[in-house]
Design a protein around this ligand. Structure first.
Ligand code: PSV
Ligand code: MN
Length: 386
């Protein structure tokens, strides 16, 4: 097995995009809780994201969600972010919170509402130009609750047409990433429920249309790493929305429930070339912190991704291939598991110190006083939330 020192430099280019909404209030279907220190402005969200970057060196970009993060001047926001050491990452569209979208957006049978949803995406593309963002991420809440409620086929046809119009407005350097999700908020059918549907749509669009894989958007027991392999093989894996799930779309801290699944996913990413510096696969988080403090929740998350990346990089690929080709079933399995069971935490602490970062970012955050400061300063105003 390679030593940590042999793989350490490959960790240097890891860059994770944090979601602006992780710093705002969020909740369940039952309640959105407030919490002390929650940002009242997009700038305060970016400042919190910048704190995660300062303590970890892993998270130089922040993804925005429109209209949650609407401001009047996006180039000024970009400048503000740069002053904090951050870049604006993916722009997420949102056609799930306006009354008009109750029965859908890009698939809607009413051409007025469908056009409104398309226009919202045109607005997102304008924002991307001003903010210096490369990716437009589209997740649709579209679907139906009852058999017979909607014509499944015409909704697919309208979706294809809507996506074609949006794609044609993208700048040359910009990309469209289409996210799938098995269910919720619709419970009978969803218009983009799985990677096959997403892939079919993006393949019809062109080279700059790709799939976003949210790790929480599958049926229980789905082999997510196999989907990673397929999408990389088709050159269509655009991004991840990382999070952890136990039951449905739980949006919990990535790697918390099943670190081994995160390891397996990252192994396939590396195996398939998706971890190369210019692979174009964006590593994003899509999480909410409802019971834990938000900034430490994000620090823990990016550290979990880094830790499992390090372990996955330590798989002895040559020995693994040798064992596989020698039909050594359990030998191959053992080689794989050896890397997973290797504790890289002390080595990662050294990696951080060598780069001027705190050896223990969680502890350093607590000791920094940042949490106390935002809790004391951010009084009054309206806390940001969904
Ligand atoms: C939908 O559940 C989703 O995963 C999409 O990525 C949205 O943009 C995000 O969650 C909102 O939290
Ligand atoms: Mn998502």
């Amino acid at each position: 097995m390679p030593t940590f020192e042999q793989i350490a430099s490959q960790l240097d280019h890891q860059a994770i995009e944090v979601p602006s909404w992780a710093y705002g209030n969020s909740g369940t279907r039952f309640k959105v809780f407030g919490s002390a220190g929650t940002p009242r402005t997009v700038e305060e969200k970016i400042a919190d994201a910048a704190a995660v970057q300062r303590f970890t060196g892993l998270a130089p970009k922040v993804a925005l969600h429109i209209p949650w993060d609407k401001v009047t001047d996006y180039s000024a926001l970009r400048t503000y972010a740069a002053e904090q050491g951050m870049e604006i990452g993916t722009i997420n569209s949102n056609t799930f919170q306006d009354d008009d979208y109750r029965l859908g957006g890009l698939t809607h049978h009413d051409s007025r509402i469908r056009q409104k949803a398309i226009d919202h995406h045109f607005e997102c593309i304008e924002i991307m130009h001003a903010a210096g963002s490369q990716d437009l991420k589209i997740w649709l809440a579209d679907g139906s609750n009852y058999p017979g409620q909607a014509d499944l086929r015409s909704r697919q046809d309208r979706l294809a047409d809507s996506l074609r119009q949006i794609y044609s407005k993208l700048g040359k350097e910009q990309r469209l990433v289409l996210e799938y999700k098995i269910f919720e908020p619709a419970f009978y059918h969803t218009d983009v429920p799985d990677w096959g549907t997403a892939l079919t749509h993006v393949q019809a669009l062109g080279d700059r249309a790709l799939v976003c894989l949210d790790t929480g958007h599958h049926a229980p027991s789905t082999n997510v790493e196999f989907i990673v392999t397929q999408l990389l093989r088709a050159r269509k894996l655009g991004s991840f929305d990382f999070n952890s799930r136990n039951y449905a779309d739980d949006d919990l801290i990535v790697g918390s429930a099943d670190p081994f699944q995160l390891f397996r996913i990252l192994f396939e990413v590396i195996r398939g070339g998706g971890y190369e510096p210019h692979s174009g696969v964006a590593f994003m988080l899509d999480q909410c912190h409802n019971v834990e403090k938000k900034i430490p929740g994000q620090i823990r998350s990016v550290l979990n991704v880094q830790e499992m990346t390090a372990r996955a990089l330590m798989v002895d690929r040559e020995a693994l291939t040798g064992a596989q080709e020698a039909s050594d079933v359990l030998g191959a399995h053992e080689i794989f598991m050896d890397a997973f069971y290797t504790d890289v935490r002390p080595a990662l602490a050294g990696w951080r110190e060598a780069r001027g970062l705190p050896a223990d970012p969680m502890q350093a955050y607590v000791e920094s006083g940042y949490q106390e400061k935002i809790e004391a300063d951010r009084v009054g105003g309206t806390q940001m939330s969904w």
